[in-house]
Design a protein around this ligand. Structure first.
Ligand code: C2E
Ligand code: CA
Ligand code: CA
Ligand code: CA
Length: 275
């Protein structure tokens, strides 16, 4: 074929249709991954800053892709959130984390992240209770991590759902605190058990006076509202010392451990023989 003069350097760029096709492929793969058990959970410890004692784990999902390797959640959760896939994925995570935690011989907590979409299900509390019953996990050992987005979307509905979850004995943590827009009034109106200070503040407490002021303010807020405070993304001894000195209740971060497969924590969970 004869080269078309002006087009000889045409770079191959995906068109909108091609991008849409790639998105559909990924969505199809993800649906198969959920149904075919290609998802796995990694667990990250949460410890007492005062004593270092292990209190529980946050469950974080990963996709063990047959050709792409271990895919981090930021690469597929946003896609799942564009469709009902997030509901399927969310239930998978709840069931897998509950089943796993039910086997531990120590009654540690397990924290699970919830997407705002899951909160649009009016029967969410009953669905979660059914999973707990099925897996044999006591509701008091489950903690749900939610973000401010969820509350802003539909305050009245969110409050109703949170109250029902709490009535079952499930605890609720506000995730990524400080990064959103919720007012102090909102925080006070919602029955959170825990506030998780976002790692963008925690990561700068030794170098930024402003970050330190914010962390202290959140700790004061937690104390006055009767909510315990967890610092996320603790990476250095200096950060840990700051948090302990300021009486922050709990810490989570690479300093303690990166998220790992549960086998890594066999000793801490009191795994039985044959684990
Ligand atoms: P997140 O809920 O804020 O989870 C904490 C993230 O920070 C995790 O990333 C964790 O690996 C990372 N992290 C923990 N400690 C440190 C640290 O010391 N330094 C740094 N730089 N990072 C640290 P991951 O596992 O990649 O998860 C990213 C996000 O994906 C989570 O943020 C959460 O929003 C979402 N996600 C993970 N699992 C689930 C899930 O099962 N359901 C839903 N809806 N979202 C999930
Ligand atoms: Ca979280
Ligand atoms: Ca977080
Ligand atoms: Ca986050």
């Amino acid at each position: 074929a004869k080269a078309e003069g002006g087009n000889t350097h045409r770079v191959f760029e995906p068109t909108m249709d091609e991008a849409e096709a790639a998105r559909r492929d990924l969505e199809r793969d993800l649906r198969q991954a959920i149904e075919g058990d290609e998802l796995i959970l990694h667990y990250q410890p949460q410890v007492s800053t005062a004593t270092g004692r292990l209190l529980g784990f946050e469950a974080l999902v990963r996709w063990e892709h047959p050709t792409r390797g271990l895919v981090p959640p930021n690469a597929f959760i946003p896609l799942a959130e564009e469709s009902d896939l997030i509901l399927l994925l969310g239930e998978w995570v709840l069931r897998a984390a509950s089943r796993e935690a039910a086997r531990w011989s120590r009654p540690l907590k397990v924290a699970v992240n919830l997407s705002p979409r899951q909160f649009q299900q009016a029967d969410l509390p009953e669905r979660i209770l059914a999973i707990l019953t099925e897996t044999g996990l006591a509701p008091t050992r489950l903690e749900l991590e939610i973000t401010e987005t969820l509350i802003i979307n539909d305050m009245a509905r969110a409050l109703g759902i949170l109250r029902r979850l709490k009535a079952f004995g499930i605890s609720i943590a506000m995730d990524d605190f400080g990064t959103g827009y919720s007012s102090l009034a909102t925080l006070q109106a919602f029955p959170f058990d825990k506030i998780k200070i976002d790692r963008s503040f925690v990561g700068h407490v030794e170098v930024s006076a402003q970050a330190a002021v914010i962390v202290r303010a959140v700790l004061g807020l937690g104390r006055s509202l009767g909510m315990s405070v967890v610092a996320e993304g603790v990476e250095t001894d200096a950060q840990m010392r700051f948090l302990a000195a300021e009486a922050c209740d709990e810490a989570q971060g690479y300093l303690i451990s990166k998220p790992q497969p549960i086998e890594h924590f066999a000793e801490q969970i009191g795994a039985c023989e044959g684990f």
